[in-house]
Design a protein around this ligand. Structure first.
Ligand code: CP
Length: 312
């Protein structure tokens, strides 16, 4: 595999899940594979799980990770072609990506959307510029429209925790105080569409995700109808896609409660705002998978890096 920038880069999700489980059972089995190889992690935005789990994955493979907070510490990067750079940006992505490629064998990038310009966000300018101008493989650590390491993690976690041939999985929107990206929701939808699950989405009117992503996945605007017989409830907030980046008024209470989800397993990518998105009783209850989900971030990243290293 050259790059991992989307769930669409997964050819056979079931075989990937099986390989990830093997990695989890013996994380140091390939500790020679990445020797003398450097992974550069470039963060345009904050992170806890992605930053640590991707480094841990690299270390398990014998790689040397190096990390940079690009927005705070690097020169301001210009992405426009032909721009007269007499403003705040001091370095063009053409040089920046090429230079980082001299130091790194693989580059991982996190760059969130603006949520103000749909067309620009959907062009994935930052991620695609690294793909275009770097000479080494690129891994998305969450871009404007996708979080494929999280989506792969979530697929692994559902496979590990399901005792049914075809479990029912619900992706439910939940409230938040800020406008959040669609990336986690998008990648989760794409991952579930590749798995043998009964998958539905629940969100208020006005919050439907990009129809090019949801395709024919059923969308409920009634949360309790969607939750009927659910085995897994995956919760995430996202801002409106139609009224792009806006937080809309919602009449019903969409916060996840123990009463609403019954015996379903609860999932969230974290970080999560307690008692806004989900009540304490769910997060602290025995059906919460959120910590195991976070643990699986390491093995999803390790699987992706392993596949890239094998093809270097
Ligand atoms: N789930 C996730 O990507 O967490 P971080 O933003 O902390 O990396």
């Amino acid at each position: 595999m050259k790059n991992y920038t989307s769930i669409n880069d997964i050819d056979d999700i079931n075989s990937w899940i099986e390989e990830a489980k093997k990695i989890k059972a013996n994380p140091l089995a390939n500790k020679e594979l990445g020797q003398h190889k450097t992974l550069g992690l470039l963060f345009f935005n904050s992170s806890l799980r992605t930053r640590l789990s991707t480094q841990k994955a690299a270390l398990n493979l014998g790689m040397d990770p190096i990390v940079m907070n690009v927005s705070g510490d690097a020169w301001g990067i210009e992405f426009g072609d032909g721009t007269v750079m007499n403003g705040n940006t001091a370095e063009h992505i053409k040089e920046a990506a090429a230079v980082v490629s001299q130091y790194c064998d693989v580059i991982a990038v996190r760059a969130f959307p603006s949520l103000t310009d749909k067309e620009k966000d959907e062009s994935e300018q930052v991620l695609n510029s690294f793909v275009k101008f770097a000479s080494v493989p690129i891994v998305s650590m969450e871009s404007a429209t996708g979080h494929p390491l999280q989506g792969l993690t979530d697929a692994i976690t559902i496979a590990e925790n399901s005792n049914k041939k075809k479990p029912k999985v619900v992706l439910s929107w939940a409230p938040h105080i800020k406008a959040l990206p669609h990336a986690v929701g998008n990648s989760f939808v794409q991952a579930m569409q590749k798995m043998d699950v009964e998958f539905v989405i629940a969100n208020p009117e006005g919050y439907d995700l990009n129809p090019k992503i949801t395709k024919d996945t059923p969308i409920y605007h009634n949360q309790s109808a969607a939750f009927k017989d659910a085995d897994f409830v995956y919760t995430k907030n996202w801002s409106s896609y139609k009224d792009y980046g806006k937080v809309l008024e919602v009449d019903d209470n969409w916060t996840i409660t123990k009463e609403k989800i019954g015996n379903a397993k609860f999932m969230h990518c974290l970080p999560v705002r307690r008692n806004v998105v989900v009540e304490d009783a769910v997060l602290d209850g025995e059906n919460s998978l959120v910590i195991e989900q976070a643990n699986n971030r390491t093995f999803a990243a390790q699987l992706v890096l392993k596949k890239i290293l094998e093809d270097l």
